[in-house]
Design a protein around this ligand. Structure first.
Ligand SMILES: [Zn+2]
Length: 293
């Protein structure tokens, strides 16, 4: 199950595999204080009772509401029995389970989410393209989620240190550098879901926030500081734009949630991203659409 398909020729320790090959192992893993990555995860069974519970979580006052990423956090926190090698994960208090998912790497959370769908429902994923970009006809496109390509870390991914174009002074802090690593899931859950239609910039900025692991204050170079909201708000646009390119640069493992397909009528190619919202991914429509394809 842990076989890795081929080595990458990049100067970073990750390899390419598929979800079907890699199985119930996190592509990056949970880093513990001893410097080890822990990768195993398992789910409890999704049944009628659990689905009722998920509905209750969705509609609870302090719940994730309609935010698709926060719902992923809540469902995983509820359904995982083991996470990152912690076989007693399900016995931990809910808020610490939520925190564990929030601070996990984005790639790992999305990977586990797709693995959960395969385990509980089906590996078959069908999208209906309402209108081909070329011939304007409708078609269904089906793939096996086990074929999803993943980048697998073989050791702890390194950080990239970015020097800000101008220092940020705030109270006693004078921040001059920022450490960027694999994006964490809390960047995605921090995105203002209602603002998502404003475009890609909102999503990219959210991912960047999850990728900034800490900041450096040049007066206390030995100390690692967390990114505070007040420092975050003062990052210059020029630095933000430059930093946004780093998580995309191929330096870190990233879940590629896009599919390449072609129209069966005219062969025009199309790229579309995985729709991992609960309603589409686990709702009744996710199976009925396969039945009609
Ligand atoms: Zn077409």
């Amino acid at each position: 199950m842990t076989e890795v398909l081929e080595e990458e020729s990049l100067p970073v320790p990750f390899a390419t595999s598929t979800l079907g090959e890699y199985g119930n192992m996190l592509p990056i893993g949970i880093l513990t204080e001893d410097g080890q990555l822990h990768k195993e995860f398992t789910f409890r069974e999704l049944n009628w009772d659990e689905e009722d519970e998920i509905d209750r979580i969705r509609n609870s006052k302090k719940g994730p509401g309609d935010h698709p990423a926060r719902l992923v956090t809540s469902v995983l926190a509820h359904m995982l029995s083991q996470w990152g090698g912690n076989s007693r994960f399900h016995t931990a208090p809910l808020d610490s389970r939520i925190r564990a998912i929030e601070t996990a790497f984005m790639e790992d959370v999305l990977y586990a989410w797709v693995a959960f769908r395969i385990q509980e429902l089906d590996p078959v994923y069908t999208v209906t393209i309402k209108e081909c970009v070329s011939c304007e006809r409708e078609y269904n496109w089906t793939t096996d989620l086990n074929d999803l390509e993943v980048k697998v870390a073989q050791s702890v991914p390194e950080h990239h240190v970015f020097k800000l174009s101008r220092e940020i002074s705030h109270g006693p802090s004078e921040v001059d550098r920022v450490s960027i690593g694999c994006p964490r899931w809390n960047g995605v859950t921090s995105i203002d879901y209602n603002a998502r239609k404003k475009g890609f910039a909102t999503i990219k900025r959210g991912i960047l926030m999850g990728a900034i692991h800490h900041v450096f204050d040049h007066r206390t170079p030995e100390t690692v500081h967390a990114l505070s909201p007040s420092i975050r708000r003062r990052i210059r646009k020029v630095d933000m734009e430059r930093m946004t390119a780093i998580p995309d640069s191929g330096l870190f493992p990233r879940a590629d949630m896009t599919f390449h397909m072609s129209c069966p009528h005219c062969q025009a190619s199309l790229e579309t991203s995985l729709d991992w919202t609960w309603d589409f991914f686990f709702g009744s429509a996710s199976l009925s659409s396969t039945a009609t394809s």
